[in-house]
Design a binder for this molecule. Structure first.
Ligand code: ZN
Length: 277
């Protein structure tokens, strides 16, 4: 029996991409509608940033609250994960929405280079974000952009500074960070299993690497992330018409690996989150 696959849909990133693909949802109403369609297509976890209506990045807890409320109303049981990364503000602003108590928040456990800047996560900020999550009963999804971030996450979980069992996302294909390298990916998976046997994991690929990481994750027993935050195209010449279309792409190929999408109840059980009431 194989583990059902939790499909995460990352609906909207923090970088203005509206001009690249008009399907990227920007307003809260667009985000809720896009999430609902992705949920119907098979996604059980939504990862979200918020934007101002003009498309610029926002860190407004009020916007996050409206998004959560809309998703909870239209997508019963879907797991809400709010981003503390990207350009969602600077410093502690990035954690201003944690008191809203979403089921999960993303947590990067180290710094690395991004395409045009440093993705800065100082030890002090990582500790503060983690302590806020602990205080508000929020489970982190660790964003591992390289190997050291996996070790850091394990150390924090062992010290009970983040809630276990660990859930780690391996991110590949960000320019200037880790490329999508199969041997390195297998080593990430093996290292996590060795250090934290109860951990669960997701693979995320950026741009054309999205489908590659989807396939590797299905094959190796992990979970999948897709969505317009990471990739706005179906192939070199075709823009993805929606977040739902990217979710459907995983649903369509899961069977090739003997996998199927998790239900909401299964996704919650796998991640150790409370069952739907
Ligand atoms: Zn994100």
């Amino acid at each position: 029996m194989t583990t059902p696959c939790i499909i995460t849909v990352a609906i909207t990133g923090s970088l203005p991409q509206k001009s690249d693909n008009p399907a990227v949802p920007i307003t809260v109403a667009e985000q809720v509608e896009s999430t609902h369609a992705a949920f119907e297509a098979g996604a059980t976890l939504v990862h979200a940033h918020v934007r101002n209506d003009d498309g610029t990045p926002s860190s407004s807890p009020e916007r996050f609250a409206r998004l959560m409320e809309g998703v909870r109303r239209h997508c019963p049981g879907m797991i809400v994960q709010l981003s503390t990364g990207g350009r969602s503000g600077t410093g502690r602003e990035r954690g201003g929405m944690i008191p809203l108590k979403p089921e999960m928040c993303s947590l990067s456990t180290g710094s690395c280079n991004f395409p045009t800047r440093i993705y800065e996560n100082s030890p002090e900020l990582v500790d503060w974000l983690a302590s806020e999550m602990l205080a508000h009963g929020v489970k982190p999804e660790v964003e591992a952009f390289d190997l050291s971030m996996i070790f850091k996450a394990v150390e924090m979980e062992r010290a009970r500074r983040i809630r276990g069992p660990l859930h780690v996302q391996f991110v590949m294909g960000v320019k200037n960070a880790m490329p999508a390298d199969r041997a390195a990916f297998e080593f990430f998976v093996a290292t996590l299993k060795r250090l934290a046997p109860d951990a669960t994991w997701t693979g995320a690929g950026i741009g054309r690497d999205q489908i590659t990481l989807n396939r590797w994750s299905l094959e190796l027993g992990g979970h999948c992330r897709t969505g317009l935050e990471d990739n706005v195209r179906l192939d070199r010449t075709t823009l993805a018409p929606s977040n739902a279309a990217l979710v459907a792409r995983i649903v369509d190929i899961a069977g090739e690996y003997g996998r199927r999408p998790a239900t909401v109840a299964e996704a919650r059980a796998i991640l150790g989150l409370p069952a739907v009431a």
